[in-house]
Ligand binder design. Structure first.
Ligand code: UDX
Length: 469
């Protein structure tokens, strides 16, 4: 057994996480908080990100994260740019590097881009001089653990690696509470004596705070596929209710009433039934496309088509929103000033990855509208997402200032603050007729209509002051 590892005797185990993004950063902060006897280190190739983790302005906004980092940083939680040293010192390495959708070559637009992940695997192999457990914490296509094993064992040193899959189910905005009180923790391994031993080591970490009955173990492939399936099912619920919202708008039914009525059926449940302008986020689309790619690879074209339709309905929902705006605002958006309330892909995060607001903003610019974008956390990301279109876009954090002089407001993100604004005052400041397109169904539509707005919710009857023909 190789045993050259430098060990800090103060701690029972050294845990390393490669990748200091949402998942890596939040998960390690909670492990450090719940396991003071472990030394937890987060490394990242992005030095700037590490500096931010070591500063008062953390690189991500996540409720509860600041407090945990403040109490653990420098005690048993460390952020460092020295990846090689981190690898050498670690007993357990979580790999949480980004695996975006491929933008080139075979599988472009669908398969996961594994370049960062593969470089990391090689780096672990080359820097390791003692046995390690490698935990795959990202969202990776099924059978990546196998590829990881092959890379790690491709040289003949005497270091032994066990590869574990421990998919992350946390959602942004609730990451800390999801980690502290998870519905379940899933740990997959090879079902060999070594694999099971390594799996038990990882169970041992979570046992520090998660009740044992919520820690489930499985073979490694089922664990990997569970992650893709969970996200595909969640996204499918949103696409299903969004598909019904289109029908509601034609028939004057109310999608909220429908969601309420079906959600009371225990077999269906009431979560993830909010109709919206579309789902976003770094996981749903990427994971479904991965699933689709996997099905096509195995020749399961019908299965691939089935899951792909979840993404197609999501695209349709975004385009339908634009079409509605266009139709309602007299078939032209040229030089109209549209204010977007929210740019993040959901409330309580500054993250804009795959946010429906990106698509909506780009389409509005295509229609030659002018945009004023407002968001309490996501303006910096919005500027990057819409880089190059600066001439026609203003970024204004204050919603009152942002809406002043605009023809329409389009709600993109369900931030609580938008429900409590003084809409009478906003109406007075806007160009008339004034429109509100509520892409999240969070506002009081009746009240807005009474103030004078023409109101267009999702999947609910419109409230318009124009006389129908
Ligand atoms: C998701 C999964 O929930 C999580 O388990 C997984 O680990 C990562 O992907 P996240 O992307 O952070 O988490 O956000 P989530 O809360 O799931 O929302 C995804 C998108 O769906 C958001 O744009 C959200 O606004 C939208 N959504 C959600 C709806 O439009 N309607 C709903 O009813 C619920």
């Amino acid at each position: 057994m190789a045993g050259k590892k430098r060990k800090d005797d103060k701690f029972k185990k050294n845990i390393l996480c490669i990748g200091g993004g949402y998942v890596g950063g939040s998960t390690m902060a909670v492990i450090a908080h719940k396991c003071p006897h472990y030394k937890v280190t987060v490394v990242d190739i992005n030095h700037n990100r590490i500096n931010q983790w070591n500063s008062d302005m953390l690189p991500i906004y996540e409720p509860g994260l600041d407090d945990i980092v403040q109490t653990t940083r420098g005690k048993n939680l460390f952020f460092s740019a020295d990846i090689e040293r981190g690898i050498k010192e670690a007993d357990i390495i979580f790999v949480s590097v980004n695996t975006p959708t491929k933008t080139f070559g075979t599988g472009a637009g669908m398969a996961a881009d594994l370049q960062y992940w593969e470089k990391t695997a090689r780096q672990i192999r080359d820097a390791s001089d003692s046995n390690k457990i490698i935990v795959d914490k990202g969202t990776l296509p099924v059978k990546t653990a196998l590829a990881m094993e092959r890379i790690l064992t491709a040289t003949n040193n005497d270091v032994h690696f066990d590869v574990i899959s421990n998919p992350e189910f946390l959602a942004e905005g609730t990451a800390i509470s999801d980690l502290i009180d998870p519905d379940r923790v899933l740990i997959g391994s090879r079902e060999t004596p070594d694999g099971i031993h390594a799996r038990n080591e990882i169970v041992g970490i979570y046992k520090n705070w998660v009740p044992e009955e919520r820690i489930i173990t499985s073979d490694i492939w089922s664990s990997e596929l569970s992650k893709l399936t969970a996200n595909a099912f969640l996204a499918q619920r949103i696409s299903s209710i969004n598909a019904i919202s289109a029908l509601c708008e034609k028939t004057d039914a109310n999608v909220n009433e429908i969601a309420h009525a079906i959600g009371l059926d225990k077999r269906i449940g009431d979560k993830f039934l909010s109709a919206s302008v579309g789902f976003g986020g770094s996981c749903f689309q990427k994971d479904i496309l991965n699933l689709v790619y996997l099905c096509r690879y195995y020749g399961l074209n019908e299965v691939a088509d089935y899951w792909e339709s979840v993404v197609r309905i999501n695209d349709y929902q975004k385009e339908r929103f634009i079409f509605n705006m266009l139709l309602t605002m007299f078939n032209t958006l040229v030089d109209k000033k549209i204010c977007l309330f929210g740019f993040a892909f959901k409330a309580n995060t500054g993250d804009t990855r795959e946010s429906p607001a990106i698509y909506i903003a780009k389409r509005l610019i295509e229609e030659k509208a002018e945009l004023v974008i407002s968001d309490p956390q996501a303006l910096e990301n919005a500027k990057m997402d819409l880089g190059g279109m600066d001439g026609r876009i203003q970024y204004v954090e204050d919603p009152y200032e942002a809406a002043a002089g605009c023809d329409a407001i389009a709600v993109m993100t369900e931030w609580d603050m938008y429900t409590n604004l003084h809409y009478e005052k906003i109406y007075q400041s806007m160009s008339k007729p004034a429109f509100i397109f509520d892409g999240r169904n969070i506002l009081n539509h009746k009240m807005l209509f009474e103030i004078g707005f023409n109101v267009f919710p999702i999947g609910k009857p419109k409230l318009s002051h124009f006389r129908e023909r």
